[in-house]
Structure formats: structure tokens, C-alpha cells
Write a protein that binds this ligand. Structure first.
Ligand SMILES: [Zn+2]
Length: 139
């Protein structure tokens, strides 16, 4: 061992390195199992080859699972996106539509603020979550 373990006070780094090491070990083991499986397959021992191939497949599945887990943990956003609620206002007289942030006490069909275009009063026609601009990128 060339490594000196003086600085063990980096938990996040050590965790990811441990994970990486485990993944590498499982990867080598899985490759070996698959290789053994194909060897057994060509040497007329089908039941043994099934066992090896299964082990290799499970190993790769474990790697995929671990990668998924690690990624899920590391790429988690620090702040939870808050749910935006908006109120849809509509003027029955001139059909002007307006969207504003939801305020406590808003309810559908409530007479709200005066219309900005005519003398009428705007009525709440809908309350729902803000349409997020998360249109799926075309690929
Ligand atoms: Zn109006």
C-alpha cells in the first residue's frame, strides 16, 4: 500500500471513492463471470455457463443500480422547488385575462380587482399551479 491514510476527515470523498472501488471490483468480477460463462458455454457445460452468465448480469445490474443511487444522491438539488400557485382573472365585460400570484382568500368566481382596461370587475376563473416552463427538449 502506497497510500497513507492521514487525512480521513473527508467523508463525502471517501464515500464516493469507496463506491467507485466497489463498482470496479464488481465490474471485474462480472466481466470474469461472463467470460467464464462463455467459456463454459463453448465447452459443453450449459448449466455452469448459465450460472456464470447470471452472476455477471446481476453484477452489472448492481453496478447500474449503484450508479443510479450515487447520481440520485449527488445531483439532488439543495433547495426543493416550491409550488407556485397562480390565480387566473377574467373580465366578463371585455374578456381581458390576467394571471397573478395566488393570494390567500382567492376562490373561483370571486369578484376581484377592477379591470385595467374597462370599468368592470375582474372575476377569478381559475386557480392552479403555475405552468412550469419545463417543456421537454426536442431530441
Ligand atoms: Zn374589462
Amino acid at each position: 500500500m502506497m497510500m497513507t491514510e492521514q487525512n480521513t476527515q473527508i467523508p463525502s470523498m471517501s464515500l464516493s471513492w469507496t463506491t467507485l472501488a466497489v463498482i470496479v471490483v464488481i465490474g471485474i468480477f462480472s466481466l470474469f463471470s461472463l467470460w467464464m460463462g462463455f467459456q463454459a458455454l463453448s465447452s459443453d457445460r450449459p448449466e455452469q455457463s448459465t450460472y456464470y452468465l447470471l452472476t455477471g448480469t446481476v453484477g452489472f445490474a448492481a453496478i447500474g443500480y449503484m450508479f443510479f443511487r450515487t447520481k440520485a444522491v449527488t445531483t439532488r438539488k439543495p433547495d426543493v422547488p416550491k409550488v407556485d400557485v397562480v390565480t387566473i382573472l377574467e373580465c366578463p365585460a371585455c374578456e381581458l385575462k390576467r394571471v397573478r400570484d395566488f393570494k390567500r382568500g382567492d376562490y373561483i368566481h370571486k369578484d376581484d380587482e377592477p379591470c385595467t382596461r374597462c370599468e368592470g370587475n375582474m372575476v377569478i376563473t381559475g386557480i392552479h399551479r403555475r405552468a412550469e416552463p419545463e417543456k421537454k427538449p426536442k431530441q
